[in-house]
Design a protein around this ligand. Structure first.
Ligand SMILES: [Zn+2]
Length: 158
């Protein structure tokens, strides 16, 4: 599973994340409640942790998931250390900060060209009972489609 995730991440970074090229991002796979999370331990440790719960997701949904996590990483880089540390405190303690971060990250994922993949992922994650409490932090499938249409990024056939 690690190799599958790594391969997809490397492809997406090469295609869509010039700012992350040359930065080491450590991918970890183990079992936990949510699908994935991103962490930066400044200055140089960047982690994307992916849950084994995602093993049955399609390549398309996994691509949406990894693209979303890479958007977090890109946002962390832009924040810089000081703002990132402030943000982390907010993320832990404030619902509003979490929701804002996830919405901004979903929008960026769409702007990067992964609207269809994020849409596929969201159809799956919305059916997952373990995600019930956090689902409102993310864009809904309709919001993803609307934002992609608005920004000219709903180009896939079908
Ligand atoms: Zn996220």
């Amino acid at each position: 599973m690690y190799r599958r995730i790594r391969k997809i991440a490397d492809r997406i970074i090469a295609e869509s994340f010039p700012g992350l090229q040359g930065k080491r991002i450590i991918m970890l796979v183990f079992r936990f409640r949510f699908y994935a999370l991103s962490l930066w331990i400044p200055p140089g440790l960047r982690f994307i942790v992916v849950s084994t719960r995602t093993r049955n997701l399609s390549d398309e949904a996994i691509t949406g998931l990894i693209a979303h996590e890479l958007c977090h990483q890109e946002r962390y880089c832009e924040m810089g250390i000081r703002n990132y540390l402030k943000f982390l405190v907010g993320y832990v303690f404030s619902n509003k900060t979490r929701r804002n971060e996830e919405h901004e990250t979903d929008r960026r994922t769409i702007e990067k060209g992964y609207a269809r993949e994020l849409y596929e992922l969201t159809l799956v994650s919305r059916k997952d009972k373990k995600h019930k409490k956090i689902i409102d932090n993310y864009l809904s499938p309709e919001e993803i489609k609307n934002y992609a249409l608005q920004t000219g990024r709903w180009n896939h056939p079908g």
